[in-house]
Design a protein around this ligand. Structure first.
Ligand code: FMN
Length: 363
């Protein structure tokens, strides 16, 4: 089948917050563990993002620690020291010099951390056989304003580093998702119980961030159907309809809402998706720009973009192995397959900045 990209919405402009995208093929947040030991992004990261920038395109960075307390994974970048801000400045400049746009994804791990951490409740991710689970400490109600303030400060730092905006990581089983979902939030204060209460911390973070840097520079990501990190909400339609409606009512000018499709669990495909696991209930509530991620191909992205005129389609794994992905999709050029072994495992350029551009490969 030949797909016409010239008439597809996928290659039509769309306004997102204060910026105008020239096409709707966005790069997903992708953790790559290539920062230095002080969580500073290196010149390799500059090359990586510069390669993937396109004129009028949108990049969302890998998840980035908002404070020293937000996570203890090695070689994940942060946005809480002066050196980290300087490191990111080189990256935002390189992307902007190519006409691209870049949002930073803000991360607090919670119970998924490498060392026992904090969460909504003292409920661990089940451990592998023979290992002890890392039981998190339930955050005190009085500690939550401090957490909210970390997101605000990180957003201010991101703007100082030249980012066009931030994406709050509310997906994939990390701290904010642990507050949202019923299986990880058994709190008895006003942050637990009803969907409205479980949404409270997310809404406070959005409020603090958007008050500091503007709604137009603020966004959030959710993954209602993902079971990655042992997440299982009892009623996803209710939970994410509640939080989406609250965002629509209180923060209608957010740059975008970003949802992960049910067919992906974190970074792998899922084959047992039920018909009810659709993003439509949330899409129907949110009137602004809607980002969708998860298993998109050129065919499915063209279809989705043509069905919904406010959608931007987000590609993860294919952007790792195709630095010029928007151009390849537009021209129907062959895609390079990714190598999962080099997604995360080292600080070298292997599998990071060495995937070929189509036109160079053909020479
Ligand atoms: C190597 C890798 C790292 C990822 N890191 C993040 C991340 O930092 N933050 C996030 O929200 N999702 C992360 N994801 C999920 C992707 O953003 C995306 O939702 C997922 O890969 C599905 O899209 P795809 O089918 O186009 O790859 C990661 C996925 C992969 C493969």
């Amino acid at each position: 089948m030949t797909i016409s990209t010239t008439t597809s919405n996928l290659f039509q402009p769309i306004k997102l917050g204060n910026i105008v995208l020239k096409h709707r093929v966005a790069m997903a947040p992708l953790t790559r563990f290539r920062a230095d030991d002080a969580h500073v992004p290196t010149d390799l990261a500059k090359t990586y993002y510069e390669q993937r920038a396109s004129d009028g395109g949108l990049i969302i960075t890998e998840a980035t620690f908002i404070s020293e307390l937000a996570g203890h994974y090695p070689n994940v970048p942060g946005i809480y020291t002066a050196d980290q801000i300087e490191g990111w400045k080189k990256i935002t400049k390189a992307v902007h010099d190519k006409g691209g746009h870049i949002f930073m994804q803000l991360w607090f791990l919670g119970r998924a951390d490498a060392i026992p951490s904090v969460s909504a409740s003292a409920i661990p991710i089940p451990a592998e056989e023979g290992k002890e689970p890392k039981v998190p400490r339930a955050l005190e109600t009085s500690e939550l304003p401090g957490i909210v303030d970390m997101y605000r400060q990180a957003a201010v730092n991101a703007v100082e580093a030249g980012f066009d905006g931030v994406e709050i990581h509310g997906a994939n089983g990390y701290l904010l998702d642990q507050f949202l979902q019923s299986n990880t939030n058994h709190r008895t204060d006003e942050y637990g119980g009803s969907a409205e209460n479980r949404s409270r911390l997310v809404l406070e973070v959005i409020d603090a961030v958007s008050s500091a840097i503007g709604q137009e520079r603020t966004s959030i990501r959710f993954s209602p159907y993902s079971h990655f990190q042992d997440m299982h909400d009892a009623n996803p339609h209710e939970t994410w309809s509640t939080v989406t409606q609250a965002i629509q009512d209180r923060f209608p000018k957010l740059a975008y809402l970003h949802f992960v499709e049910a067919r992906v669990n974190g970074n792998v495909d899922r084959n047992d998706v039920a018909n009810s696991e659709t993003l439509e209930p949330f899409h129907n509530i949110w009137k602004g720009v809607f980002l969708r991620a998860g298993g998109f191909t050129l065919e499915s992205a063209v279809t989705a973009a043509n069905q919904h005129e406010n959608d931007v389609l987000v590609f993860g794994r294919m952007f790792i192995s195709n630095p010029d992905l928007p151009l390849r999709l537009k021209n129907g050029w062959e895609l390079t397959n990714y190598n999962r072994n080099t997604f995360y495992n080292n600080k070298s350029a292997d599998g990071y900045i060495d995937y070929p551009f189509y036109e160079t490969a053909k020479m």
